[in-house]
Design a protein around this ligand. Sequence first.
Ligand SMILES: [Mg+2]
Length: 242
Amino acid sequence: VVAVGEDGPVSFASGVSVVGVDGDDTLWRCEDHFVDAFHTLAGLLSEVADPDRLEAVLRRHEDDNLPIFGYGVKAFTLTALGVAHELYGDALPAKVSREILALGRSMLATPVELLPGAADAVAALATSHRLVLVTKGDLVDQRRKLFASGLARHFVHVEIVAEKDETAYAELLRMLDVDRSEFLMVGNSEVSDIVPVLALGSWAVHVPYPTTWIRERVEHLADHDRLARLTALTEVPDLLRG
Ligand SMILES: [Mg+2]
């Protein structure tokens, strides 16, 4: 991606010194586990709701709970318990509660599976830029995934936030003492990794993942001078080397 400036061609993001990297579904598989968990939950609650009704009830509970519980597996587990309580009422079998808790525990113990090429891409990027992991969700679970990934040594800083919005990114850059024009974010979520970063005046690279939570998607992400769209994380080091 090359823009033509006053002094001739200028490489995309050539002034960028710090690269933020998303974790879930950018470096390692995540949303697929939630899709699997939904199917398990649908099996546990099949007596009282079909999958469509379950999805609607779950969505409504998430709307209420996200601002209070935040993101991640623990929040999902509590929400699933709330859904089971609503669907069964006082007849909720202890066995169903137990299995929902067991489902949450098993998700928190799921081995970390890096996406193809993620390790090489991060290692290559770390030779040219200061890397910061920027992720949201459970503090304990995200730290577990980072250390299990074997990639922790490539990051100069790890930021686990409640919400990846403009305020959170502005605070991160202030803390790192980095100018907005020198920061670039790479991630799969338009809502968390791209839109707030562009709004701030920084750069962004969108690397979509086939399974992305409905809350993380923007229907039509507009083109932008400071946005590049790639198909794989492995293309990012070449893009940023110009
Ligand atoms: Mg992500």
